[in-house]
Structures are given as C-alpha cells and as structure tokens.
Design a protein around this ligand. Sequence first.
Ligand SMILES: [Fe+2]
Length: 277
Amino acid sequence: MNFTRRRFLSRSLFYGTPAVAFGYGSLIEKRLIDVTRTDIPLSGAHSHLDGMKIAVMGDFHHDDFGDNHLIRRAVKAINDEQVDLVMLVGDFVSSDPRALEPLCAELQHLRPNIRSFAVYGNHDRWHSSISLSRMLAEAEIKLLTNEVVEFQEFAVAGLDSVWGGAPDLPRTFAKCPENKPILLGWHEPDTFDHYQDPRVALQMSGHTHGGQVCAPVYGPILLPEYGRTYPYGHYRKEQSSLFVTRGIGTLTIPTRFLCAPEVAILTLRSGRDATAM
Ligand SMILES: [Fe+2]
C-alpha cells in the first residue's frame, strides 16, 4: 500500500510539475510584459550620447503568438518611456506573412523622439521578406538591410540575418562615418564575435527568446544556432556593448517559463561601468 502510494506521488510529481509549469507559462507568463531597464556604458569617444534612450523589442512570431493586445501594451510601454530610438530586432512572423498586417497595425503607433528602425530575422528572410519590407514602410519603420542612416551625432546601421539572409559586414561598416558611434541592429547575437570595430557603441539583437523556457538555476534549456554564446542581457567587449532581448513571442511550444516577454529600455551612459543583467 505504502509502495503504491509512494509510486503514485512520485509519478504525480514527475508528470504533474511540467504540466503545471506549462499551464502557468502558456496561460499567464507569456501574456506578461516585463519592462527592463539597463544602463549601457559608453567609451569616452562616444560620451556625447549620454542619456540617449533606446527601446529594443523583437521576436514577435506573430502568426504563432497572435496577441494583439499584448503588442498594444508593449507599444504603450515604449511610448510612456519617451525613448529616442526604437530598434525592432527581427522575426516578426514565424512563417505566415498574413500576421504582419495586425502586427504592424499596432507597431505603427510607436512614437520615439527620433525614429523607429528594424532588421530582418531569419524567419522573416525565409518566409516574408517582401511583405515585411512593404508593411514596415507603411508603418513608418525604417528596415535596415546592410544599410546605414546617419544623424548629426551618430549612425544607425542594420545588417541582414546571418542565418536567413546575406549580411554584408565590410560594405555596411564602410558606409558608416569614421568619427561617429554606430548603433547596430543584427538579429543573431553571436555575430557580436564577427567584428571588432571601436565605432560600434551598441549592438542590439534578439533571436534567442532568452531561452523561452528556463530551468531554475540552470537557465535556458534550448538555444538556437547563432544564439548560444550570448543568450540574454548585456555583454561588453572592448568599447562595444551587446544587448540581447528575450523578445515578445513564442516559437515551437506556446509557452514561456521564467522568461517573460520583454520590452528592453536601454539608456546610454558615459563614465560608468557596465551594468550586466
Ligand atoms: Fe531568429
């Protein structure tokens, strides 16, 4: 009798705990918005950007996820922060470009002080390149595909997805001004190791979903190609920073655990040490 009860309890624990975690993750956690704030240190040469605020958001996978209300809340959270720039770091849909219309209907309400930018993710490149380019243009979001937009005190560059597209790093960096800091969007974070250029003040990436499902203490259980070295948060190399956002949506399994959807607010700061997350 005792043996039977013990076996029943252990089986309940074995099968029940993941089921409860899955239920919590799919019903509650993936509907949350976590607005995180991180200070990004600037090197001396870039100190004139002190105080600039940038919102980073991505990995909507809106055909899998499809929560227009959550996107609306995320857009409102960004507008409430009165950021200078927005960088959308790709994977707007997983495979069905029809989901771009409701997604961009929300994203068009982004109101940064300067401008909103975007880069392709690998899924966008595989399934929805042309539609995404058109829809973002209608939403007044500038898609950067190996392109550079120069402002008075800095430049914003965006590279094509390394997994799904054709990034041209040398030509893109050659188009950047010699004496201005570069704010770079590139979907896959492990590309941070593909260059060493002191002009890059900040690279903004997504792709990993922060793991999407994380185990206590252990962290992310599964990470994608080009997202295994830098899974989430702030990293520093020489004068450059990398920030990887957890993103918004879900892929493969419709749940998140210990890894809520994120709107990342980055503030560039001169003369401070890195604030790792
Ligand atoms: Fe991706």
